[in-house]
Design a protein around this ligand. Sequence first.
Ligand code: GDP
Ligand code: IMO
Ligand code: MG
Length: 422
Amino acid sequence: MERGKVDALLGIVFGDEGKGKVVDVFTPKYDVVARFAGGPNAGHTIIFEGKKFVLRSIPSGIFDEGKLNIIGNGCVIAPDLFMAEAKELETAGYDLRSRLHISKRAHLILPTHRVLDRAYEAAKGKSKVGTTGKGIGPTYSEKAARTSLRVGDILENFQAKYEALKARHEQMLRDLNYTDYDITEEEKLWLEGIEYMRTFPLTDTEIEINKYLREGKNVLAEGAQGTMLDIDHGTYPYVSSSSTICGGVCTGLGVAPLSIGEVFGIFKAYSTRVGAGPFPVELFDETGDKIREIGHEYGAVTGRNRRCGWVDLVALKYAIMINGVTQLIMMKGDVLDTFETIRVCVAYEKDGVTTTDMPYETEGWKAVYKDLPGWQTDLTGITRKEDFPEAFASYIKYLEKELETPITIVSVGPDRAQTIEM
Ligand code: GDP
Ligand code: IMO
Ligand code: MG
């Protein structure tokens, strides 16, 4: 029997590209959907039949009742937030326990990790990362330092292990002079979340996934964050702390590189970034405000304003290279429906130097633009590519040519139904 494949669906810019929506649309074609990185810093929005869900740790394949969903070893998980998220789905009528497996090797985010996240940010002063405050950095740091707790630790002598790590964190916080915090209520919920998690299959997900692949079943790996937030290849230090790229699929699920099939790179028809860090295409004028307003560009996790700008070919080319993207998916074209001119960043410029390669130091570069005509047509009701206005079809063609990669899906609205195959 032919082995199954792991297709990857990856955000290739600064996150919030619409991964949740497309994973939900793609799920019927797969047997398993798995998250391989990140944790509740993610906010993946899915809208169908008048219902809206924002998922943080649970894969976006969960709405297809027949499919197994996996939270892989590369993820970090906060038991209290997981419980709240899962209960919301249970209340909405979705049965989770039979089809949501959690890796024993995923790492646990403690309440004190979240306090440490705040403490580190406070200590950074002006160079704050603008994290989501979910304890992501401190948890991945401890994973690398080999002092962390994993989901599998829940199964044996957990309370003692928890108390020991918490005490260590409290000492770290005293060392940072960060003592004005109270986790009493949070800790109660968190420990309740641990008990709740015990009722789920906590498994060796890497063995499960490879068994499925041997049986010829196919897996969709759902990315979180985006390539420019990757710990190695993003705009360091203004990044998240996990491997968000295609290589992260292998380490974060325990699958071999040759198992990877298609690599879908998802991006928006414009750019956004939430949190601090360089963003050469950022618009500080009313055009930026207009994109934010029409695109509802406010953080799904923190409610913060997302910074907005035009599409960035330098970043996209870099991400396509790093991930080996085989197909592109362009989201939110409809947000630009009313713009007379559409700008595209084709290069960065600083001190008379122009580059089309992502620079090591991304601070201080300015975007160089090419202008294209806007389509000034409502795209939201269009269901076939043949009906695209000419200027929109040209925009797609231009991007495909510049990026040397086909755009195979175009999304023209948040609903499942507003998704067009090319
Ligand atoms: P993710 O983190 O990559 O899953 O993306 P988010 O859910 O954080 O942000 C994407 C936002 O855009 C959500 O509010 C979606 O409902 C919405 N969305 C997705 N696709 C489209 C689209 O094609 N057009 C519009 N207008 N909104 C979209
Ligand atoms: P999804 O999966 C957009 C950003 C934060 C901050 C930086 C580090 O929904 O696309 P962290 O809390 O991870 O330590 O924050 O990364 N960030 C995201 N931005 N979408 C996300 O996830 C993000 N997850 C983290 O704003 O700048
Ligand atoms: Mg998001």
